[in-house]
Design a protein around this ligand. Structure first.
Ligand code: ADP
Ligand code: MG
Length: 363
């Protein structure tokens, strides 16, 4: 099911009455293709949950429209939209068994949709197998791990075969290992069911790994939409560049003079076609090459060996991050360096941004 958002806007009166209204979602325009998994990503308070609540119908937009396929669902109540919802807290009924929890949405079906008990049990079994909890159906939620509880919540959201699946930070209550595992599970389930899915998270790594496309939001405004790798490689502005990637992008104060990029006195890269100006310079951690006569000199702090890679940690007086973090292959020889380390740069891992607008400047 394709989901189309047209000029979607939600304005809340401020909780603090003296302050101006909050534009939680500002003119969101986007078509989510049928059968895809979209990661809605941004820092806390940027309007992710509000966007999801508008799509689910839990909240009404101030302006704009929502279409599921050709259906205008903007005024429909949530129960008539054909959605499945999963939240951070699993919100299972504690006194019901797993089976009864999953059965619950089916018991409310009325009229021609009403099912026999046998039909309901078959549907429960199908989704329980899909999310791999068919062994746990007689247990109560308290007898399950967090990961298992979240699978039950996903099964419950899926049992009516929704047109759209909406997940709001579904992994945030899980520990690191379960988070990875459940993330892969959600991806597998989405691929198998092909249900159009919107996955909200503040965790860029999670969004990058799970999504067909990511939507990066800030202050209610969509910054950029694209395939995870495309957005990582070509961020539209400094905010998006900084939000994606671990370790984060290294940001420096720099200057373009005569179509060359300078960090202080160091002429680090040719930037053909760029006018003279002060800029922010972003360099991805993998954009550094240790090279004895490299143009960028940093003060060495330490070296961490992490299996395949080495992380070289250094400082530079024009760095806006406390340390410069680089990831280089263990094939590099570092013994020669003691106090300082010289780097050459990988051109397509270096980005420059306008100092006022923070938009990226092409070169
Ligand atoms: P996120 O899910 O990205 O953390 P939210 O969508 O929950 O962000 O919130 C976006 C903004 O809208 C925040 O500034 C939040 O304080 C505000 N907001 C959300 N719900 C309400 C509400 N019911 N009343 C007033 N302000 C709200
Ligand atoms: Mg939220």
């Amino acid at each position: 099911m394709e989901v189309r958002l047209e000029n979607l806007t939600k304005i809340f009166p401020n909780r603090d009455k003296k302050k101006p209204d909050v534009v939680a979602v500002n003119d969101f325009d986007f078509t989510i293709p049928d059968g895809k998994l979209i990661g809605l990503l941004g820092p806390s308070g940027c309007g992710k949950s509000t966007t999801l609540n508008l799509i689910s119908g839990l909240q009404k937009p101030t302006e704009g429209k929502i279409f599921f396929g050709e259906d205008d669902v903007t005024q429909l109540p949530p129960e008539n939209r054909g959605i499945g919802l999963v939240f951070q807290n699993y919100a299972l009924y504690p006194h019901l068994t797993v089976k009864e929890n999953i059965l619950f949405p089916l018991q409310n079906l009325k009229g021609k949709d009403k099912l026999t008990l046998k039909e309901m049990e078959e549907k429960v079994m199908t989704v329980a197998k899909l999310v791999q909890i068919d062994e746990l159906l007689e247990r109560k939620p308290a007898e399950l791990s967090g990961g298992q509880q979240q699978r039950v919540a996903i099964a419950r959201a899926l049992v009516k075969m929704p047109r759209v699946l909406l997940l709001d930070e579904p992994l945030s209550n899980l520990d690191a290992r379960l988070r990875l595992q459940t993330r892969d599970e959600i991806r597998r389930i989405q691929r198998e069911t092909k249900i159009t899915t919107i996955f909200v998270t503040h965790d860029q790594e999670e969004a990058m790994s799970i999504s067909d496309m990511i939507v990066v939001m800030k202050d209610g405004i969509v910054q950029q939409i694209g395939k995870p790798q495309e957005v990582y490689d070509n961020p539209i502005n400094l905010f998006v560049a900084k939000f994606l990637g671990t370790p984060p992008i290294n940001v420096f104060e720099g200057e373009v003079r005569g179509e060359h990029l300078f960090l202080g006195y160091d002429n680090v890269l040719a930037v053909p076609g760029v006018a003279d100006q002060k800029v922010y310079v972003g360099i991805r951690p993998e954009g550094f090459i240790v090279k004895e006569d490299g143009p960028l000199t940093c003060e060495l702090v330490g070296v961490e060996v992490m299996g395949r890679d080495i992380s070289v940690i250094s400082t530079h007086e024009l760095s806006l991050n406390p340390t410069v973090r680089t990831i280089i292959s263990t094939a590099n020889k570092l013994e020669k360096f003691e106090r300082q380390v010289q780097f050459a740069l990988v051109p397509h891992k270096v980005m420059i941004f306008n100092k006022e607008t923070e938009e990226r400047i092409d070169f």
